[in-house]
Design a protein around this ligand. Structure first.
Ligand SMILES: [Fe+2]
Length: 303
């Protein structure tokens, strides 16, 4: 039995970018079925994609840049604190102002996947994961979809405010940023049977507590990991690894979770996915097996 797949931890300012030109630096980290590209751009930077086979997402944090995004014959000006879903095909981003933002691509964008800093970790193709399946096309067809995020934050609401969006090929949970620290008596260590989770953190300092399954061969066991990470950074959490994240230190912190393909348990919770009316659910049996176990908060449980 091989050693469990290790988590990938990437602290972007401690490593060279995978793509760099005069106006943009891009760090690419992959999971089994997706890649996250985080870019720092100057005003006037241009990032083009010749032909992505599937949709991808553009996440601009509250302190991020304004981006002009062109795709599908349309153009939008995406401001800070927004999410944009880009249709398949060619697309172009022009930075109207400087800052940091993230894009999430599925495995179908093989040129992005190939550039990932952790490509070697996935050289075996990640056979432990459920294969990605493209969900049905949106009701009104593929097009640019843009969601300013501030309207989904309740200023005096719960500390943990999930904000979930999905496309045909991925699901993101863009938690409202945190001003206070997580109560260490209310953590949620849990695991996912056959899919991975990327946690992208752009503000604050984070500990992603991680415990790996034991197999019969002691020599393949991995120790628990309680290492602290600076931001901006990302962790790719392997399937079956028990995990829970908490922020430490002072000031604002942020965490965005990424799942590719989309999580059916979240998508089926009526009213949980903000843009659920735009995309049909796949036609699969409701009684499929549980894929997430452990200590779960109410919002993490199936509906
Ligand atoms: Fe998780």
């Amino acid at each position: 039995m091989p050693a469990p797949r290790p988590a990938t931890k990437a602290e972007f300012h401690k490593m060279p970018p995978q793509i760099a030109d005069g106006k943009a630096k891009t760090w690419i980290t992959r999971g089994g079925n997706f890649a996250v590209a985080v870019s720092e751009v100057e005003q006037g930077a241009v990032l083009t994609r010749p032909s992505d086979p599937e949709e991808h997402m553009i996440i601009i944090p509250p302190e991020g840049p304004t981006l002009n995004i062109e795709a599908g014959g349309k153009s939008i000006e995406a401001k800070a604190d927004s999410l944009t879903i880009v249709p398949p095909g060619a697309s172009k981003i022009t930075a109207v102002s400087k800052g940091l933002f993230a894009r999430v691509f599925s495995k179908a964008s093989q040129d992005v996947i190939a550039l990932a800093s952790n490509a070697a970790t996935y050289a075996d193709g990640a056979p432990e994961l459920a294969p990605p399946d493209l969900w049905p096309a949106p009701h009104d067809g593929y097009r640019l979809r843009h969601y300013p995020l501030a309207q989904y934050a309740k200023p005096n609401g719960d500390r943990i405010q999930p904000r979930v969006f999905r496309s045909t090929n991925m699901l993101v949970n863009l938690f409202v940023h945190y001003q206070t620290r997580r109560d260490t008596r209310e953590l949620s260590p849990h695991w996912h049977d056959d899919f991975e989770q990327a946690s992208l953190t752009l503000n604050g300092r984070w500990i992603h507590h991680m415990r790996y399954n034991w197999g019969p061969d002691l020599s393949t066991w991995r120790p628990d990991d309680h290492g602290e990470m600076t931001t901006p950074s990302i962790i790719i959490i392997p399937a079956t690894a028990v995990h829970t994240s908490r922020d430490v230190g002072e000031g604002e912190s942020s965490l965005y979770d990424i799942f590719c393909p989309p999580r059916l348990d979240f998508a089926r919770k009526k009213g949980f996915v903000i843009n659920e009316d735009e995309y049909p659910l796949p036609d699969v049996p409701v009684d499929d097996k549980v894929k997430t176990g452990g200590s779960l908060l109410a919002w993490q449980k199936p509906g």
